[in-house]
Design a protein around this ligand. Structure first.
Ligand code: PLP
Length: 386
């Protein structure tokens, strides 16, 4: 049976080159980067190489990178570490209501510690409104955290405009951007967008799981959440995951190499799929679908479907892997925060699938998915009615 993987926002297949490099490092270059002998120096060189590769893709300095165990940890470090280090300037934080739990739960923890959080609502396209942000900013706002691309519907946030606004109103307010779903999919320039802290994750860009990074603009103060042996300038102790970091570095380089062309190809595929969905009775594409959205995510709600899981498993039986809501957040179905926040119809909250593509996705795969959906939907709808 064909295997059509359309769940790339949950995780991606590792590039063969990345796998090869990681295996070589695990087998041959297994030293501890803190060791003083040749094996250590060799491992430390791998960390430097990964930093150089990532720094190039973002036009930042190598010393502005901290490696973490995942995107979640990078979000935690940016938000909790940023708030704790800067609380003398104020205790007010701003985020949006559709952030990933890694951000929302960090905010909850800070609320327990006496911080105040303002949650920005979103419009029908799952985007924050700049006027709301402007209104929410106060002299005691120390950090704003907004995602670059929403993981459930692929909305692109007005990040550069938000950065401009934040720094105009209060140059000391830190601007954190969770770019886990954006890095390697759209061009990102943290400096130009006035971003102070930016999160990315290895497994969303055909790199390994269990590794991520945080960009920390030079001069930004964070409190470490992992005290210990003082690795990574004391900001994140623990022996570095050298094979994972090297794999992440190479994946970053490969994924950003032909970004413009890859983006164009994905936008064309997205446009094809959206057009086809519009032709299916009772299928509704959520959010924006053009270049004002991310190129790789398409969210579709279906009339007459009781539970998205039923459709998900029916597609799986034909070799097509998709997600209901956002698989990366949890494996038990819960009503989607993003879909409710953007105000989609109640009956669609549990009847929505997310199709997410990668550079490996082909037009043939999408054609097969469209055909399969056309075949399955009437059957499942009949089954529902009986
Ligand atoms: N932020 C966003 C927007 C995500 O989509 C995800 C995972 O899907 C994360 C953070 C967490 O990343 P990780 O799985 O590397 O912890």
């Amino acid at each position: 049976m064909k295997e059509i993987y359309l769940d790339n926002s949950a995780t991606t297949r590792v590039y063969p080159e990345v796998q090869e490099l990681m295996v070589r490092i695990m087998n041959e270059e297994y030293g501890n980067p803190s060791s003083m002998h040749k094996k250590g120096v060799e491992a430390a060189a791998r960390l430097r190489e990964a930093k150089q590769r990532i720094a190039k893709t973002l036009h930042i300095q190598e010393k502005e990178l901290i490696f973490t165990s995942c995107g979640t940890e990078a979000d935690n470090l940016a938000i909790i570490g940023g708030a704790l280090a800067n609380q003398r300037a104020g205790k007010h934080l701003i985020t949006s209501s559709i952030e990933h739990p890694a951000v929302l739960q960090s905010m909850e923890l800070l609320k327990d510690l006496g911080f105040e959080v303002t949650y920005l609502s979103v419009d029908e396209h799952a985007r924050i409104r700049l006027t709301d942000l402007e209104e929410a900013l106060r002299p005691d706002t120390i950090l704003v955290s907004i995602m670059y691309v929403n993981n459930e519907v692929g909305s692109l946030m007005p990040v550069a405009e938000a950065g401009e606004l934040i720094k105009r109103k209060n140059p000391h307010t830190l601007f954190h951007v969770d770019a886990v779903q954006a890095y390697g999919k759209v061009p990102i320039r943290p400096k130009a967008a006035k971003i102070d802290l930016l999160t990315a994750s290895g497994h969303k860009i055909h790199g390994p799981k269990g590794v991520g990074f945080l960009y920390v603009r030079e001069g930004v103060k964070l409190k470490t959440l992992m005290p210990g042996g003082g690795q990574q300038k004391g900001m994140r102790s623990g022996t570095e995951n050298v094979p994972g970091i090297a794999g992440l570095g190479l994946a970053a380089e490969l994924t950003c190499k032909n970004l413009t062309e890859d983006m164009e190809r994905l936008y064309a595929l997205k446009s094809y799929f959206v057009d086809e969905m519009s032709g299916i009775e009772g299928a509704h594409v959520n959010g924006l679908t053009g270049k004002d959205s991310a190129p790789h995510v398409i969210s579709v709600s279906f009339d007459g479907i009781d539970r998205s899981e039923v459709l998900l498993h029916a597609l799986e039986s034909r070799g097509i892997y998709v997600s209901s809501g956002s698989a990366c957040a949890s494996n038990h179905p819960a009503v989607s925060g993003t879909l409710s926040a953007m105000g989609i119809r109640r009956e669609h909250l549990n009847a929505t699938l997310r199709f997410s593509m990668s550079v490996f996705t082909t037009r043939e795969e999408l054609e097969y998915t469209v055909l399969t959906l056309k075949e399955l939907l009437p059957v499942l709808r009949r089954f529902k009615r009986s």
